[in-house]
Design a protein around this ligand. Structure first.
Ligand code: ADP
Ligand code: ZN
Ligand code: ZN
Length: 750
C-alpha cells in the first residue's frame, strides 16, 4: 500500500497530495497525522488516501517513493467525514486543501507546541485504610495521607499537596509499604472554574416550546431535517436547544451548539454544563492552547458529546453527530473574516446532510437570506411568537434627537432617557445603554478644513481613547492594526487650532452617565475592556450579580444576554449603522435594534426601551420599534428584488493585496481585462453578469498592504458558475508581490 499525504505547507506547488511508502509495521489510516520527508526537510501532513501499489500511475515508480517517517498520534486525528468536509470547503472557498485541513485541528496540536499532560495519582489499596492510619502514630504525614485516601477515590499529587505539604516522599513510602498505589494518568486542562456547578432540571415547558419540539424531535429521531426557528426575544429558545440536545444524548448521539460571540459562550456553557455536566465541552479562541487541545481531545475520544462554542467549533470532531444548533443565526460572525472565508451556516448544513443530523438555525430576527430560504422550502419554519409566561414584549419609544438639539439639549442623552434612567435606578433595577460601534464618532477632525487623522499604515481614521475622564489628551488608536499615536494639537493640513474630537464612544457615554448620576456603578463592555482571557465573563458576572447598575456597551451586549433585573434599555444613537456603505446595513440596523430591545423585561417586571435617532421616520427603525419582523422582511425583500441585491443576485470579488500600489493596481487591471475578454467570447455568461468593475477597495490599505478589487454582481443562477470557476483559477496568478483572493458573498466588502 501507498499513502497519499497532503503536507501542512500552504503553497500552490504542494497543494496536491504526495505518495509515500508505508514502512513495515506502521498502520496509518485515512485521517492520520504523519511526518514525511519533503525535499531536504521533514514536514507534517495528513493521510488523505491509501492506494494499492499496482494502482500507482506509471510516472510514479515504487522505487522512487520515500517512506513515511513516523505517525504522530495513536488515533487518526481526522474523522473521514471531516476530511470530506475539508475537500468541500477547499472547493467552495477556492483555497488549497492543506489550508482547509488546518481548520479541523487545534493550532497547538499541528505545531506540536502542546503535549498531553500527565499527573501522578495516588489511591489506597488496603481495605481498612483508616485503621492503618490510626496505627501510624509516628508518621503523622503518612497517616494523614492515608486518611485522605480512605474513601478509595484516586487523588492527584497536586490535589493532595494543597492539603499536605510535599506529600511525594511520604506517598513513596506508603507505596513501598504496599498501602498505596501510584500511577500516571492523563489529565485534561479544564477551562471551567473550580466551583461545582449546580445541576438543573428541565422546567415545565411552555406551549410554544412544546409545539416547537413536537415539530422538530421526530426529525432528530430520524436523523434528518433542517429548521429555521423564529422565536421572539425571550421566547425560551435555549430550553428548546437543551431539550433537543438531551434527546440526542439519549440516542447516543452528539450535538454542536454555536453562539455568535465569545461573550455569549460563558452563559450558554453554564446552561449546558448545569444540565449535562462534563458531557459538555467548550471550544473558542480565548482558551489557552492547553485547554483547547484537551477539550478537543475530550471530544475526539467521545468523553464529551456536546460542544458549545463560537464559529470554529463547527469543526469539532463529534462522532455520530445528531444535532447542530446555530443560535442567532443572522449574525455576521458566522462568516469567517480570515481566509479561507467559510460560512459556518453552510458548513453546518453540509455536516448535517453528510452525517445524518438535524440542523436548527435560530433567531428572533432571521437573516433575509435564511427566511427567504425557509419560504422557498429549504428549511422548515418553526415559530415561537410569544414570550415565556406570556410576558409582554418591551415598549419602545423613539426619540427624535433633532428636536432635542432644537430644544437646547446638547447632551448625548435625551430628556426622556434621563428620566427613565432615573426611575429605573430609583426602583433598584438595572439598565443597559447601547452604542452601535466603539468610538464610532471619536475620530479627530479639523473643524476648519475637515482634515481627519488617519492611520499611517491603514486607510481608516484613528479613534481617540482616554483612560480616565480627566485624561485631557488621550491617545489615538487604529482599530485595524493597533497602531498608537498622540493626538495633534494643531491641524497638520491648515495649522488651525480647532482640531479636536467629537462624538460619543462608549467611554463618553460612561463619563456622561457618571456626571448625571454620581455614584452609580457602571460596567463598560467594548473591545478595549474585554481583551483579557476571562474579561467577558468577569464583567458580565459583575453586572449579573448586581454589583453595577448600568451596563454600557457595543454590539457585544446586543445579543442573547439574559439578565432578569434589566428593565430599561437605551439605544444612544440608532442610525449609526444605517449609514454604512453596505446593502445589508438596513438589515443589520433592524436586527441590532430588535435584539437590543429584547434585553429588557425578561423576567416579571416589564421592559422599556428608548431609541434615540436622527431619522425617526426611517421605516427600518419604525419596524424595529414595533418589533415586527414580518413587516421588515417584506419591505426589505422587495427592495432587494428591485435593487438586484442578494439573494436575487450574487456579489463576488477578486481582491488583490500587496505592498506596492503600482503592482497591485496593475494586477487588478490585468484580472479585469482577462475577465472582459472571457465575457466577450461567452455571451451567456455576459448576460448573467450585471456588473464588473475594477476599483480600489473601500479600505485601501491595511497593515501596509494596498488593496484593489474586481467586483462582480451576477444573477444567482447555476450558469454563473463557469465565471466563478474562472475567478477561482485566476487566484493562481498570485505571486510574491500580489496576493489574490476570490470571495463570494463575503461578510464585508471593506
Ligand atoms: P430567547 O433565547 O428565546 O431570547 P431564553 O432562552 O434566554 O430566550 O429564555 C428567556 C428566559 O425565560 C430565561 O430566563 C429562561 O430561563 C426563561 N425560561 C425559558 N423557558 C422557560 C420555562 N419553560 N419555564 C420558565 N422559565 C423559562
Ligand atoms: Zn485643518
Ligand atoms: Zn492601522
Amino acid at each position: 500500500m501507498v499513502a497519499q499525504v497532503v503536507v501542512d505547507v500552504v503553497h500552490t506547488n504542494v497543494a496536491k497530495p504526495f505518495s509515500y511508502l508505508i514502512p513495515e509495521g506502521m498502520n496509518p489510516a485515512i485521517g492520520s497525522r504523519v511526518n514525511v520527508p519533503l525535499g531536504r526537510r521533514t514536514v507534517d501532513g495528513i493521510v488523505v488516501g491509501l492506494v494499492n501499489d499496482n494502482d500507482l500511475p506509471p510516472e510514479l515508480p515504487l522505487e522512487k517513493l520515500r517512506p513515511i517517517s513516523k505517525m504522530l498520534d495513536e488515533y487518526p486525528a481526522l474523522l473521514p467525514s471531516m476530511l470530506e468536509l475539508a475537500r468541500e470547503i477547499a472547493a467552495e472557498t477556492h483555497c488549497p486543501l492543506s489550508e482547509a485541513l488546518r481548520l479541523m485541528l487545534p493550532a497547538a496540536m499541528r505545531t506540536g507546541r502542546i503535549k498531553q499532560k500527565q499527573e501522578t495519582y495516588a489511591a489506597t489499596c488496603c481495605e481498612d485504610a483508616a485503621g492503618e492510619a490510626d496505627r501510624m502514630k509516628r508518621a503523622p504525614k503518612r497517616a494523614m495521607l492515608l486518611r485522605l485516601l480512605a474513601d478509595g477515590k484516586p487523588r492527584s499529587i497536586s490535589e493532595l499537596s494543597q492539603l499536605v505539604q510535599n506529600p511525594r516522599e511520604s506517598l513513596k513510602a506508603l507505596e513501598e509499604a504496599g498501602l498505596v498505589i501510584l500511577s500516571q494518568r492523563e489529565v485534561f486542562r479544564s477551562p471551567y472554574g473550580e466551583e461545582d456547578e449546580k445541576r438543573t432540571v428541565q422546567p415545565p415547558l411552555t406551549e410554544g416550546q412544546k409545539e416547537a419540539l413536537d415539530s422538530m424531535l421526530p426529525s432528530l429521531e430520524g436523523g434528518s431535517g433542517a429548521f429555521l426557528l423564529h422565536g421572539v426575544t425571550g421566547s425560551g429558545k435555549t430550553e428548546v436547544y437543551l431539550a433537543m440536545a438531551s434527546r440526542a444524548l439519549e440516542m447516543g448521539k452528539g450535538a454542536i451548539i454555536l453562539v455568535p460571540e465569545i461573550a455569549l459562550t460563558p452563559q450558554m456553557v453554564r446552561w449546558f454544563r448545569s444540565r449535562f455536566g462534563p458531557a459538555t465541552a467548550v471550544l473558542h479562541s480565548r482558551l489557552t492552547d492547553g485547554q483547547r487541545f484537551d477539550e478537543w481531545r475530550r471530544i475526539r475520544l467521545g468523553d464529551a458529546k456536546i460542544v458549545v462554542g463560537a464559529r470554529s467549533a463547527i469543526f469539532a470532531p463529534v462522532e455520530n453527530l445528531g444535532l447542530i444548533v446555530i443560535d442567532e443565526e443572522h449574525e455576521q460572525t458566522y462568516l469567517s473574516d480570515k481566509h479561507p472565508r467559510y460560512d459556518a451556516r453552510r458548513v453546518a448544513k453540509s455536516r448535517c446532510a453528510r452525517e445524518g443530523a438535524t440542523l436548527v438555525l435560530s433567531s428572533a430576527t432571521p437573516s433575509i437570506l435564511s427566511f427567504a430560504m425557509a419560504r422557498r422550502g429549504d428549511y422548515t419554519l418553526v415559530e415561537m411568537p410569544k414570550r415565556v409566561a406570556n410576558r409582554p414584549l418591551p415598549q419602545v419609544t423613539v426619540v427624535d434627537m433633532r428636536k432635542e438639539l432644537e430644544a437646547g439639549n446638547r447632551s448625548i442623552f435625551s430628556a426622556l432617557l434621563i428620566q427613565k434612567l432615573r426611575e429605573c435606578l430609583e426602583r433598584g433595577q438595572q439598565a443597559m445603554l447601547f452604542l452601535n460601534r466603539r468610538g464610532f464618532h471619536t475620530f479627530i477632525s479639523c473643524r476648519s478644513c475637515g482634515y481627519v487623522v488617519k492611520c499611517e499604515a491603514c486607510d481608516v481614521s484613528m479613534t481617540l481613547h482616554r483612560e480616565r475622564p480627566d485624561d485631557e489628551t488621550g491617545e489615538l488608536r487604529c482599530h485595524l492594526c493597533g497602531a498608537v499615536r498622540q493626538p495633534p494639537q494643531t491641524c497638520p493640513e491648515c495649522a488651525s487650532k480647532y482640531i479636536r474630537y467629537f462624538g460619543s464612544g462608549t467611554q463618553r457615554v460612561e463619563e456622561e452617565m457618571h456626571k448625571l448620576f454620581p455614584g452609580v456603578r457602571t460596567v463598560r463592555m467594548d473591545i478595549d475592556t474585554t481583551r483579557g482571557r476571562d474579561a467577558h465573563a468577569k464583567l458580565l458576572d459583575e453586572f449579573g450579580q448586581g454589583r453595577a447598575q448600568v451596563l454600557i456597551g457595543t454590539q457585544m451586549i446586543a445579543k442573547g444576554l439574559d439578565f432578569p433585573n434589566v428593565t430599561l434599555v437605551g439605544v444612544v444613537a440608532a442610525d449609526m449603522t444605517l449609514n454604512l456603505p453596505d446593502y445589508r446595513s438596513r438589515e443589520r440596523t433592524f436586527q441590532l435594534l430588535t435584539q437590543v430591545a429584547g434585553r429588557a423585561g425578561r423576567a416579571e417586571s416589564a421592559g422599556q426601551v428608548v431609541v434615540q435617532t436622527y431619522k425617526p421616520e426611517d421605516p427600518c427603525i419604525l419596524a424595529a420599534a414595533e418589533q415586527d419582523y414580518r413587516a421588515f422582511f417584506e419591505m426589505e425583500f422587495s427592495r432587494r428584488r428591485t435593487g438586484l441585491y442578494p439573494p436575487f443576485t450574487l456579489l463576488a470579488r477578486l481582491l488583490v493585496e500587496g505592498e506596492s500600489e503600482l503592482d497591485v493596481k496593475q494586477m487588478c487591471d490585468r484580472l479585469y481585462d482577462t475577465v472582459q475578454t472571457y465575457l466577450l467570447s461567452h455571451p451567456l455568461q455576459k448576460k448573467r453578469t450585471l456588473m464588473v468593475r475594477a476599483d480600489e477597495a473601500p479600505v485601501k490599505r491595511i497593515r501596509g498592504q494596498y488593496r484593489y478589487h474586481v467586483l462582480f454582481k451576477l444573477f444567482d443562477h447555476p450558469d454563473a458558475s463557469p465565471l466563478l470557476s474562472l475567478m477561482s483559477e485566476l487566484t493562481a496568478l498570485s505571486d510574491e508581490r500580489c496576493h489574490i483572493y476570490c470571495e463570494v458573498n463575503p461578510a464585508t466588502m471593506m
